[in-house]
Design a protein around this ligand. Sequence first.
Ligand code: DUC
Ligand code: ZN
Length: 500
Amino acid sequence: MGEPLFDLVITNGICVTAADVARYDVAIKDEKIVLLAASGSLAGVSTKQIIDAEGGYVTPGGVDCHVHLEEPALFGRGTSSDTFETGTRSAVAGGCTTIVAFAPQPKDQPSLLRALELAHEKAHDNCFCDYGFHLLVGNPGEQALSEFAALTEKEGVTSLKIYMTYTALQLRDGEILSVLAEARRHRIFTMIHAENGDVLNWLTDQLESKKLFAPKYHSHSRPPTLEAEATNRAIALSSLISNTPILLVHVSDPGATRRIREAQSNGQPIYAETCPQYLFLTRDDLDKPGFEGAKCVCAPPPRDRASQEVIWTGLRNGTFSVLSSDHCPFNYDDAEHGKKTPIDDDHPVGRFREIPNGIPGIETRLPLVFSSGKLPLTKFVEVTSTNPAKLYGLYPRKGSLIPGVSDADLVVWYPDSDLPNVTLTNSMLHHATDYTPYEGRRVRNWPRYTILRGRVVWDRETGGVVGGKGYGQFLKRGHSTLDGMWEAVEEEGEFDITRL
Ligand code: DUC
Ligand code: ZN
């Protein structure tokens, strides 16, 4: 008896990709998918391990490209409650096999490469899933801009994120233009947080002058117009730099969505992301008794039910290419580093302006959306795995099931005949955060197995998280390949100010 032919075989599953839903078996060898075969045909093959999916769906592992871990205080007073270890542990338990997290460059740090080095130090040997980094650019001075070449050519970092709000990060319009021009030159993809920081500070001052401090006023300080205006401005700035591709992150507002759709219809390379909080939470969640609303303080804030429907439609019709978690966790019951830092004798319901913005969601992203029944399964795979992989230069290694090419990253879901019917509670999650904004919500399905590069890392029935800390590898990424965006840039030519 020689060496078994395969390392792992999954039989009897219904495989879903962004293109197809079909019954076939999957064989894995040396961390790769190596064979797709007729359903049941691999049942007796020689393999080290076999999983019978019992008729459950099998999807490519989730790719979550908007994850904040181990970051300093950037979005209010608190610091992240999840480390790379706990955040990625939580990721695999929710079916996510790849994340792209942020390497933040503070305003007093001129170098992006130094920021990247620090992020590597935090993540190295600590991750349960594969990971990459986006640079979070707080100071686009001469040095930072001169490092774009090294980022893409040496470091495998081909995307960055900039902010139109937050004192620690906000860029002026001129700085945004500098980033976009340099990003275009180096084929770096730019993510933009579009909220008008100056307007929101003015509105916040107005609310505070009326002594309106409670968490629910977070939403009044960030009305939809503020997101729509900044979105429109971001699109205008991209068009000024010869239509440089950008992605509007975490879109919540119908007005912003319409503007994005219009730009896309005009042929502009405008991409957009949304997140579960804009599908499952509303502004009423900020108005829970006492300080509880702080659990749902994130930016932009959750909107109303009608807005949720517009966002679902935007996912179905392709306005949104990706659905990420924006996992940005802070402990609730923590007055030193968490949501409760702004509570004091003068402010018994805190001050919303200082509540750290962000909610946990890395583990609940896929189960919530998969179970909702509101997306066709192929669309579910497209926006949670395939498109993120394409947008951020990981495809087809990630986000697909191509034999000989794709990493063996898979999720096996429960079959319809045996649904686990889970009631979400924080105690069942694997992050290090003391709450989930989805407490008590019912989800119909949950990843039964998560497989990363051929190894079972999550086995819900026996063992839970069975992957190892440090098994997750750093991924050097290529340029975006979604919709041939950079080919279009080649055709349009380099930015030339005399053409304006
Ligand atoms: N929004 C959040 O809710 N948290 C982190 C940053 C952001 O933009
Ligand atoms: Zn953001």
